[in-house]
Design a protein around this ligand. Structure first.
Ligand code: IMP
Ligand code: MG
Length: 333
């Protein structure tokens, strides 16, 4: 996997953070770059019982060998970025593009007080929509205007292209999910930008020919937070019984849930030109799968579920999540 892009296949919260954290440790990537919208996405991973969350840095932070980049297309909230750099002690390996847009209080206030955004769409309130609107109006401040983060600035696109050209291993992390895309999602119940694989590449400044693999992440069931359609949605009580009830990592809101959706999965594979699937939380559907690292040891029903996804989509399921810990993973590559 010399240059791989990870993207969400449903509505975000598929478990991309854990998949990226796993790959960065397992494959020892030289560079991990974050694309996507900005701090509206919280990526979570657990190592040795300790839970970590990132909203600005790539989820590869736990591998001290990996340089951490934030692409020009990503909106930066300086206080969140600085806090994460401090928490993970990554000062000497964090690089932010000069041209990242900056989220300020006015953007956050608008996102929280505007009835359309807050009530109709149900945004995360993190200011990303109003900030992207200002970017489109060519009114936004850029990272190069902010002294507090001056130490971290560089030309991220140049670094990534150079890394790929010199055969370094590059992991590009998408955020949100395909059906939250401003262009390909369930408009208007979407985020403020395209978030499919092409957009994630554009965010970090590489062209489509630089990518070797597009790893699409699906959860074993579908969740959605905020408003908008959700096919075959079950009630919160049913979700609780199945152990599907989840809460948003940025807003704490209760997530809605539904069974795995093959039609959505196929559409997502198409718009992302995905080449491989990572399937997360298999142990939530099949508790006997918990902690298993060898595919052959899975219960038969769980194996059948994975095989069915492969035959329906025509793609290999190469990574399977079987628990919350980063290493609770079956790697079939
Ligand atoms: P915004 O991106 O904060 O403007 O929110 C727009 C919609 O996208 C809302 O339904 C949010 O709940 C959803 N959304 C944005 N980012 C994420 C994410 O990282 N995970 C899940 N839902 C998200
Ligand atoms: Mg999330």
């Amino acid at each position: 996997m010399p240059c791989v892009v990870t993207v969400g296949g449903f509505y975000g919260d598929e478990g991309k953070g854990k998949v990226v954290a796993y790959l960065s440790i397992k494959d020892n990537f030289d560079i991990a770059a974050r694309g996507g919208v900005g701090p509206n996405a919280g990526h979570t991973f657990i190592q040795n019982g300790k839970e970590y969350k990132v909203r600005m840095l790539p989820s590869a932070v736990l591998n001290a060998n990996t340089r951490l980049l934030v692409g020009a297309g990503v909106l930066v909230e300086p206080s969140i970025l600085l806090k994460e750099i401090q928490t993970f002690n990554t000062t000497d390996r964090t690089f932010v593009d000069f041209q990242c847009g900056i989220i300020d209080n006015v953007h956050q206030d608008k996102d929280k007080s505007n009835d359309h955004l807050k009530k109709v769409i149900g945004t995360t309130g993190s200011g990303t929509g109003p900030a992207n609107a200002d970017r489109a109006l060519r009114n936004i401040k850029l990272a190069k205007d902010i002294p507090e983060i001056a130490l971290y600035l560089e030309d991220v696109s140049n670094s990534i292209n150079h890394a790929i050209d010199t055969n370094e291993k590059v992991l590009i992390e998408g955020t949100q999910g395909t059906f939250l895309s401003l262009f390909h999602g369930t408009y208007p119940f979407v985020t403020s930008k395209d978030v499919t694989a092409s957009a994630i590449c554009s965010d970090v400044g590489i062209g489509p020919k630089k990518v070797d693999d597009v790893l699409i992440v699906f959860k074993s069931y579908v969740t959605r937070v905020g408003e908008g359609p959700l096919n075959c949605e079950i009630t919160p009580e049913q979700a609780r019984e199945k152990n599907w009830l989840e809460f948003g990592s940025v807003t704490g809101r209760q997530r809605r849930s539904a069974p795995f959706d093959y039609d959505l999965a196929k559409k997502a594979i198409q718009v992302n030109s995905a080449t491989q699937i990572a399937l997360t939380k298999l142990d939530v559907l099949y508790p006997q799968a918990k902690g298993i690292k060898d595919f052959s040891k899975l219960p038969q029903e769980a194996k059948d579920f994975v095989s069915n996804i492969e035959s329906e989509t025509g793609l290999p399921v190469t990574i399977v999540g079987t628990g919350a810990e980063i290493m609770d993973t079956i790697d079939r590559r």
